[in-house]
Design a protein around this ligand. Structure first.
Ligand SMILES: NC(=O)c1ccc[n+]([C@@H]2O[C@H](COP(=O)([O-])OP(=O)(O)OC[C@H]3O[C@@H](n4cnc5c(N)ncnc54)[C@H](OP(=O)(O)O)[C@@H]3O)[C@@H](O)[C@H]2O)c1
Length: 212
């Protein structure tokens, strides 16, 4: 499978590149600056702005699926994720692509039914202390994907991400209790993302992810 990766330079991006390459997939990797790390031999690197429709389209060209791992820096004040996701969705439609996996977060958007009380309170504090518009950017990203009318979208909402080793005890489900102690390593998440691309189970769904 040829997979377009947005957020390739991030920590989850690195883990996904490893997992997808081991599984034999070919990658089209987006970076906003020339990557410092080596990329897998058969992958293609596209450097450009996520605000540039031509660059976004080039990342997607010839791909069977796209994954989005974009996040905000801690000190970020300018929302960009919803706008970039909109460009990706529109370009996918123009290219007749449908399979899209977008990673957001357990406390983003619609999630209250899955969160324990402490998580809800922590999430509310995080929202109040976040810079203006940043949480709303993520909520809007989720809304855009859910309303995208793409035939193959999945929103993936992990609990806290860690740098731990890959675990086989990972649960991914539309309904999953997420508490203060819930976590999943980026390596484990990358593995289940590759599995979801290879054998889709959650088309048109939002799914939570945590290690058991
Ligand atoms: N941390 C957690 O516990 C947690 C929990 C649940 C969900 N998540 C979500 O999981 C996803 C992956 O997380 P991660 O830890 O891999 O994130 P990360 O390491 O911070 O990577 C974020 C990615 O977003 C890109 N990015 C940041 N600001 C940008 C901008 N202004 N314009 C364009 N690209 C920009 C980065 O590119 P550069 O390298 O060029 O900056 C990088 O590729 C994110 O959506 C995150 O919110 C995180």
């Amino acid at each position: 499978m040829i997979i377009a990766v947005f957020g390739a330079s991030g920590r989850l991006g690195h883990q996904f590149i490893d997992a997808a390459t081991v599984a034999g997939h070919t990658l089209r990797l987006h970076y906003r600056a020339k990557p410092s790390a080596l990329v897998p031999e058969h992958s293609t690197v596209i450097v450009g702005s996520l605000a540039d429709p031509t660059a976004v389209r080039e990342v997607l060209r010839g791909a069977d699926a796209a994954v989005v791992f974009l996040g905000h820096k801690d000190d970020a004040r300018v929302p960009y994720i919803a706008a970039a996701t909109k460009l990706i969705v529109n370009a996918m439609k123009a290219l007749a692509m449908s399979r899209l996996l977008v990673v957001t977060g357990a406390t983003v958007g619609e999630s209250s039914g899955n969160l324990g009380l402490a998580m809800k309170i922590t999430g509310a504090f995080a929202r109040r202390s976040a810079h203006d518009g940043m949480m709303e950017d993520r909520d809007e990203q989720e809304r855009l994907v859910r309303n995208s009318r793409l035939d193959g979208w999945t929103v993936v909402k992990p609990s806290r991400l860690t740098e731990g080793p890959r675990s086989d005890a990972v649960r991914m489900a539309p309904t999953l209790p997420v508490g203060m102690g819930s976590k999943v390593s980026r390596a484990s998440l990358a593995k289940v993302l590759v599995q979801e691309l290879e054998a889709p189970q959650y088309i048109h769904q939002s799914v939570f992810v945590a290690e058991r």
